[in-house]
Design a protein around this ligand. Sequence first.
Ligand code: NAP
Length: 488
Amino acid sequence: MSHLCYKNYVNGRFMANTTGETFSVVNPATGKEIYQMETADNTVLAAAVKSARQGFKVWSAMDAVQRSRILMAAVVLLRERNHELACIEVRDTGKPLQEAAAVDVVSGADVIEFFAGAAPGIEGSQQDLGRDFYYTRREPLGVCAGIGAWNYPLQIACWKSGPALACGNSMIFKPSEETPLGALKLAQIFTEAGVPDGVFNVVQGAARVGQWLTGHPGIEKISFTGEVGTGKKVMARAASTLKDVTMELGGKSPLIIFEDADLDQAVSAAMLGNFYTQGEVCTNGTRVFVHEQVKIAFLEKLLGRIQANIKMGDPMDPETNFGALISEAHKVKVLSYIESARTEGAIQLCGQTCPDLPLENQGGFFLPPTVFTDCTDGMTLVKEEIFGPVMAVLDFNDEVSVIQRANNTPFGLAAGVFTNDIQRAHRVIHQLAAGICWINAYGNSPAQMPVGGYKNSGIGRENGLETLRHYTQVKSVYMGMGPLESPF
Ligand code: NAP
């Protein structure tokens, strides 16, 4: 057992629990424990809510420009520590350093910066009513809880805390127990930047801690990222205290490649949308619909590029672009989908063997990029979110039916279309039931662009100005300017 043991972060400092309970965190690329983390017990959780309520009073009373400057200072620290933070994410998640260094911290910092810049512009409205008038104020909600998934731990913590804090709320954040360190580092950075104590607390542990937050009457909002099934439980429990919710959930998104598409670009999108972060990305385009006229050419290019360009191995090696899955249990789950695809008649084109790995990575949870072709809509791998590097290629030959098939899913997170026919591109995208859509692109998610799901993939939005509405509430103030008329 590791001697390194981290604690929860409450009221601007680390706080020890009273039970002594800890859990162990494993590096997915080696299979070995890297540190222990203290579980938030009832003492820690109660202190977190108390200090978040106190922090909210201080923070919400500050001028929005003051809050903005403090958050901008945190952005500077995040960028200065990009390498250190990226390495933490690599060891916790198993993803390649070349990704974490370029995307994870940077995209988190970008979102905090965006909201720090936008929040001082939040304003109410005013309307004359003859002699009287009314005005509105956009006020913060209070204490918000953030519950995160394990695929982008630090980025998710930034995407939730950025808008929450910029709008004047405080936040208690619970990362996934598989990737708990990034959020603690963010909490330290916020404190160093001048965020008052209690405004961002981090509590650690598994589902029980999440349930505790979800049911607590002293918390006004839950912003959740995770699976659809968990999201439904969280929302049901949050309803008992009528909390506001934002739900960023799973998907099984279509990527439609028409016969006139630039095939090299389309292959890039299919690879990004299936193999980035070893396929553990919520918006992945895992149902790749390829027009039958270009299917053979597409598959040839795809397999050639997988063989030539994917480098699986030690995620800390800057040359590696394909890392390890999050856990042994998750690898077993992904393998079971691969097995079901084989038995249901899909043809496996690659991924049967794992390349040689360095000695220290041989206990890691690696699984090679896997492509199935001749998939049909009823197959399990086509219907369910796998959250691993498994691409299902499906054929189509007409626009109307491919739209109907793409929409034939309870999910609605993302969708992509590749075509050089500009009218078709928009016509098709407008008919796809998904919240995040790309034309001749895939996966980009700038801070300015709202993201979130249709149907079972979510409620509310993250990023973009749209999100300010999800972290504020409107107060209407009616002003009587003369005698009050009354029949009494
Ligand atoms: P998960 O199993 O649903 O867990 C998400 C978080 O909820 C974790 O922190 C988990 O804690 C916690 N949790 C589990 N049960 C809970 C309960 N009953 N009440 C409150 N909290 C509870 O999801 P995951 O496996 O971590 O992440 C993968 C999923 O996230 C995929 O479905 C993916 O598509 C989705 N995702 C969506 C987005 C998006 O923006 N739409 C982004 C990233 C990921 P523990 O893990 O510690 O048990």
